[in-house]
Design a protein around this ligand. Structure first.
Ligand code: HAM
Length: 431
């Protein structure tokens, strides 16, 4: 028993390693992100789904793949009191597909479009941007094998990033289908066998269990060895090649920035054809803040009909880290919405008139009053805190052109000089 007058130190509890409480001011960016997600999902006609926090373990092991890191060592699995094995969801795709099958959604519409905002659980080593309970928002389109569906889900994410001012360039790849993948697999295994000396222990294990995953290895020696490894893109069947080319054309049509990266293979077994990720240099080692792709075999694998599907999920903690970073770096002034910049005369008069037109339309705008170079004006635009710049330029062939540049993301597009106010009004309504 404690002596009278001596304080007894009470045992207190702390949140579990890799989990966090979010409250006070810190909740505000979460609300902003969630509101942006809901608003864009609404714009694209996706409806929300909320699935249970835990599911039968078999749902995840069968869909994600027995040999993957997630199923092998990262799942929170427990035995229920009746002996059934249950798992806290490590990702949202398998539960959405389970719900799609269970509720016969296929009978309600030829294409089902769903989105979710939910906590996920993976027992990874916590570090910057990596938690054991983390949050994802994601979208899944079930029912279309067309490249339009791939590009639509990418366009959703692109739009969310645009609204938040986050730079978004997709790394895309095609990992083929059950028809062309075995051809590549055989070539890859032959290559890996012949280059065993240049591979780490994990890659040698993957060579046997899931050879494509060697491309995920971060080990420098392995990366050098794998530079000359056969890639799936060179061995796609005709349909997969056509499909990948269509995806790229549609991304071009929608002005969505991307680069082809044959090393993107993703850590799940359910993927087919298009796979994509978005990375940010602002994040450090855990640089991927979004990942997704097509999974044409998953609905059937989980007991449904043979229905193609595609989707993505984004890490919300990582997106908030990026937002915090870019906002810290930006000059904190209220700033105008638009900065109008131009090359030399006679464009100066036009630019000056445009600032006035925008102000007449109730849009806060600013421009140069010193007759400086375009470069100097663009510096001022950056410092002013403006969201967008309208740039008047004279090109040798095209003559006068007007460019609208998002000053947060650097994305830009050309439009007609007579449409300046209309175009700006539209983006003001849109954001
Ligand atoms: P994923 O790449 O495993 O894909 O996760 C998507 C994003 O979740 C990652 O890019 C990352 O930003 C975030 N994330 C993953 N693990 C953690 C963690 N431990 N801590 C913080 N953030 C994390 C999927 O989950 C697939 N279900 C995506 C998908 C949807 N594919 C098709 N449809």
């Amino acid at each position: 028993m404690a002596k009278k007058g001596k304080k007894v130190k009470k045992e207190t509890f702390k949140s579990v390693f890799g989990t966090r409480d979010i409250f006070g001011e810190d909740i505000l960016p979460w609300h902003e992100l969630e509101d942006t997600v809901r608003s864009v999902m609404n714009l694209f006609n996706y409806t929300e789904i909320r699935t249970p926090t835990f599911e039968k373990t078999e749902l995840f092991s069968r869909s994600i793949g027995h040999e993957t890191d997630i199923v092998g060592k990262e799942m929170y699995t427990f035995e229920d009191r009746d002996g059934e094995s249950l798992t806290l969801r490590p990702e949202g795709t398998a539960p959405v597909v389970r719900a799609f099958i269970q509720h016969y959604m296929i009978q309600k519409a030829p294409v089902t479009k769903l989105f979710y905002i939910s906590p996920m659980y993976r027992r990874e080593r916590p570090q910057k941007g990596r938690f054991r309970q983390f949050h994802q928002f994601g979208a899944e389109v079930i029912g279309s094998a067309e490249a339009w569906a791939d590009v639509e889900v990418m366009a959703i994410f692109n739009r969310i990033c645009e609204r938040l001012g986050i730079e978004c360039t997709f790394k895309i790849n095609s990992i083929g289908c059950p028809e062309c993948r075995p051809v590549h697999r055989e070539l890859l295994v032959t290559f890996l066998e012949a280059n065993r000396a240049g591979l780490c222990k994990l890659c040698l294990e993957r060579m046997v269990k899931n050879p494509l995953r060697v491309f995920d290895c971060k080990n420098e020696t392995c990366r050098v060895t794998l530079r000359s490894a056969p890639i799936v893109l060179d061995h796609l069947c005709f349909e997969c090649r056509e499909n990948f080319s269509e995806v790229r054309h549609l991304l071009d049509d929608l002005d969505i920035s991307y680069e082809v990266d044959s090393q993107i293979v993703r850590g799940f077994d359910y993927y087919t054809r298009t796979a994509f990720e978005v990375l940010s240099e602002l994040l450090g080692a855990q640089s991927a803040f979004m990942g997704g792709g097509r999974y044409d075999g998953l609905v059937e694998e989980l007991g449904g009909e043979s229905v193609p599907a595609v989707g993505f999920a984004a890490g919300m903690e990582r997106m908030l880290l990026i937002l915090e970073q870019i906002r810290k770096d930006r000059v904190k002034t209220a700033g105008p919405f638009i900065y109008v910049a131009c090359e030399a005369e006679p464009l100066r008069r036009e630019a000056f008139k445009t600032v006035n037109l925008l102000r007449n339309a109730g849009i806060s705008a600013d421009g140069d009053l010193l007759g400086r170079s375009l470069k100097a004006q663009m510096k001022s635009a950056g410092r002013s805190g403006a969201e967008y710049a309208v740039i008047f330029r004279e090109e040798e062939k095209a003559g006068k052109i007007v460019i609208l540049r998002n000053l947060n993301t650097g994305h830009q597009k050309e439009f007609s000089p007579s449409d300046v106010v209309k175009t700006i009004r539209k983006i003001k309504v849109d954001i």
